[in-house]
Design a protein around this ligand. Structure first.
Ligand SMILES: Cc1cc2nc3c(=O)[nH]c(=O)nc-3n(C[C@H](O)[C@H](O)[C@H](O)COP(=O)(O)OP(=O)(O)OC[C@H]3O[C@@H](n4cnc5c(N)ncnc54)[C@H](O)[C@@H]3O)c2cc1C
Length: 380
């Protein structure tokens, strides 16, 4: 049987592609290598209302397990800044199942236990319980969270694949922490290249992750768990993974092929979903118009760039700048962060320059000492 759109991976991005493309009239097949949503679910389990709003989605009570008032950012010198911006922890299998229902109700077919081995512009080869199979389609969307499948056919979806962050994350109980906030710890000693996080899930449970770049997270993870708040804690589950946070999207389409979500360097649950919606809309339009050429599919990339590229640029600028800062400088930044509404500022300005400037001005208003720091950063 020939499908219009075949999606690889029931990721947040892949589920949105499947839902949107089916809703717009395409015959959609979604292939997922896992047996069910419960098995080996992704460790990504938190987001902010601000992210969902920014990308045009509404978080749903059906999958939220715990709500927080905002985030608490802790500098290497121990200074904490509380940023009031509501967020939530999700039950990931419930989250995936919730959006899968959207896709199925719109007419998409989902096949579990179907591992994609190879794709080209005409068909896809999978391994299923009863052996290898081939499915034919008009458009293949790679939403597999990593870029392996699409790299194999020579498409480089990430500009800086060497900048992948590596993480270890544990589910823990008896964590003694303020459950009204997510907690982020930064600094070279804690997590070089990014952050350590504690995401409360209620009843003293939390997911605890250490994300680093350019090194192995193991030593930093072990050291982080020596902190006092974990004295009585037990690990109930542990996972490892890679986060595309600042790899930056590169080539996202080719003839009959599209990439989306983590596979395309579009990191994060909410941003992946937003990209999935755009991707699904264009895939359906291409099929209906009988034009699945790279030229037509580039409409997806153009729309995505207009809406979100600057957010990724700002993220990359932020993390690479942070990496060069001393602990004392980071401490100054954290002090200045207090009460900046980051999502409001991002939403207000679609232009990177304006976003950075407005954030910069807000930070300076809160701490004039930053002028010296900014001079140092811009000349170094
Ligand atoms: C430890 C860790 C914690 C994170 N926490 C958060 C967080 O709290 N919030 C957040 O926004 N981001 C978080 N991230 C980042 C986030 O996971 C990614 O940026 C993003 O979710 C990637 O998602 P995706 O939707 O593209 O794919 P994923 O969610 O990775 O899903 C990919 C899917 O494709 C399937 N698949 C893969 N290969 C094949 C194949 N060959 N055939 C068939 N199916 C296949 C997989 O089984 C999986 O279901 C975290 C990352 C890590 C590593």
């Amino acid at each position: 049987m020939k499908y219009d759109v075949i999606v690889v991976g029931a990721s947040p991005a892949g589920l949105m592609v499947s839902w949107k493309a089916a809703e717009r009239g395409a015959r959609v097949l979604l292939l997922e290598q896992r047996n069910s949503f419960e098995s080996a679910s992704s460790p990504a389990d938190t987001s902010f209302d601000g992210f969902f709003k920014l990308v045009g989605l509404k978080p749903r009570a059906e999958y939220i397990v715990h709500r927080v008032k905002g985030m608490n950012v802790v500098s290497p010198l121990g200074t904490a800044a509380t940023i009031e911006t509501p967020g939530f922890s999700i039950d990931r299998p419930m989250f995936d199942a919730y959006y899968a229902r959207w896709a199925i109700n719109a007419g998409a077919e989902i096949k579990f236990n179907s591992k994609v081995l190879f794709v080209n512009s005409k068909s896809i080869i999978v391994r299923e319980a009863d052996g290898q199979k081939r499915y034919d389609g008009e458009i293949f969307v790679i939403a597999s969270g990593n870029s392996e499948i699409i790299n194999r056919i020579g498409i480089k979806t990430m500009k800086h694949p060497g900048d992948l962050a590596y993480a270890i994350q544990a589910e823990m109980d008896n964590v003694e922490i303020d459950e009204d906030y997510f907690h982020y710890f930064i600094g070279k000693e804690v997590a070089p290249g990014w952050k350590a996080t504690i995401s409360p899930k209620g009843d003293s449970k939390a997911s605890v992750g250490v994300f680093v770049r350019g090194t192995n997270p193991k030593t930093f993870f072990d050291k982080f768990l020596e902190r006092e708040m974990f004295n009585q804690s037990k690990i109930t589950k542990i996972v490892k993974g890679a986060d595309q946070i600042i790899t930056m999207p590169n080539d996202l389409v080719s003839n009959n092929l599209m990439a989306v979500g983590g596979a395309a360097g579009q990191a994060g649950i909410a941003y992946g979903m937003a990209a999935g919606i755009l991707c699904g809309e264009i895939a359906a339009e291409a099929v209906i118009k009988g034009n699945c050429s790279k030229r037509f599919l580039l409409r997806y990339v153009k729309r995505w760039k207009r809406l979100f590229l600057n957010h990724y640029r700002a993220g990359r600028l932020g993390l690479t700048t942070m990496e060069r800062m001393s602990d004392a400088d980071l401490d100054v930044i954290v002090r200045a962060l207090k009460s900046v509404d980051i999502f409001h500022e991002l939403a207000r300005h679609s232009n990177i320059l304006l976003s950075s400037l407005s954030l910069g001005i807000l930070l300076l208003q809160r701490n004039p000492k930053l002028i010296g720091l900014m001079k140092y950063l811009s000349f170094s």
